[in-house]
Write a protein that binds this ligand. Sequence first.
Ligand code: FAD
Length: 368
Amino acid sequence: MAGTIAVVGAGAVGLTAAYDLARAGERVTVFERGSVGSGSTGRAAGVVYDAYAEDRDAKIGRRAIERFREFSGEGNFEFHDCPYCWFARDGDEKRATAIREQVPRMQTHRIDAALLESEELATLAPAMETEDVGAAAITYGAGWTEPATYTTMMAEKARAAGAEIRTNTPVSLCEDGVQAEGREEAFETVIVAAGAHTKRLVEAAGYAIAMKPYRVQALVLDTEIETPMGYDATAGFYFRPHPEGLLVGDGTEAVESDPDDWDREANEGFVDSARERASERFGLSEPAVERAWAGLCTATPDRDPLVGWLSADLYVATGWQGHGFMRAPAMGELIAREVRGDSGIEAFRPMRFSGNEEFSITEGMAVE
Ligand SMILES: Cc1cc2nc3c(=O)[nH]c(=O)nc-3n(C[C@H](O)[C@H](O)[C@H](O)COP(=O)(O)OP(=O)(O)OC[C@H]3O[C@@H](n4cnc5c(N)ncnc54)[C@H](O)[C@@H]3O)c2cc1C
């Protein structure tokens, strides 16, 4: 046997789980069809926060940030502490009410979040136009990082802990493990953390899961403004400081994408509208677009991930609804524990859905 645990996918989730399993003494082999971090993680914006109103999510968010801070400085990986604010515009009562309701719930879970008056927001974010802001909140448990540096660092740590990582090795599932490079390799446990490909992989092995890949987009504007990170809930776009300027994201396409056939370039319409909305918000005059791109996220019917056992030896971790990177350090740890015998999170069990339900895709950050 080549090892006892196979992890399919060297993204942020698979690699963190592999690292935590290897350092607990397990024999782990990671199979990656491309290079380390070449899936959604390598295209992510790197926005990280703990602003969750549900107790279990708040714990995951807090633990993830604790680990991001702990790993910061290893290899090229750096976690930049930076507050995250989110707001609804005047007249958007639905989202304003949601923000006012969320924050006290976050505070009961020890999240360092607060409601802000628009004048307070203006003081904290002087580069930002805030006159149209009706309700706002901030969390100090937040920061940003370059996701590709996380996967490189985590791959190093996993290798140092004894894991084998086989890149350029696409696999499919077979009865006793995985089929790689034309032959079957036996593993006691297979963890599928294959991002947008997860559904297709497990489907071929006879398991239906309620997940749909969908396309999102981001760009970097050339500007020198300084700002906290933020999300304009009314206009539906987020932003964060970036070494080359300002990263702006949105462009969610609420239709299912084919994980093997999708457009990696950003749409012109997205580029124009994201640039316009960010320019209005920050009073910028036609900033140049340094680069723009698209990537895949994964949706579920209730916006909670699918993390847990599909059978006695097949485990799955997907459906992050745009929040997979920021939760990876905590979820990888949790996956490793569950695979070693702990109980996982009931609300995330993949089998809570039949896999055949109809559902629509909603944007991950949406305030409702
Ligand atoms: C533009 C954009 C912005 C985003 N911004 C954020 C953000 O700011 N914060 C945040 O938390 N999340 C963000 N996300 C979401 C985030 O990228 C994902 O939730 C997260 O990266 C998922 O990690 P993963 O390890 O599950 O999947 P992935 O990183 O996709 O890793 C899965 C890996 O599996 C491999 N694989 C697939 N099939 C096979 C196979 N058959 N054999 C072997 N290997 C296989 C893939 O090549 C891939 O490398 C963003 C996504 C995009 C596209």
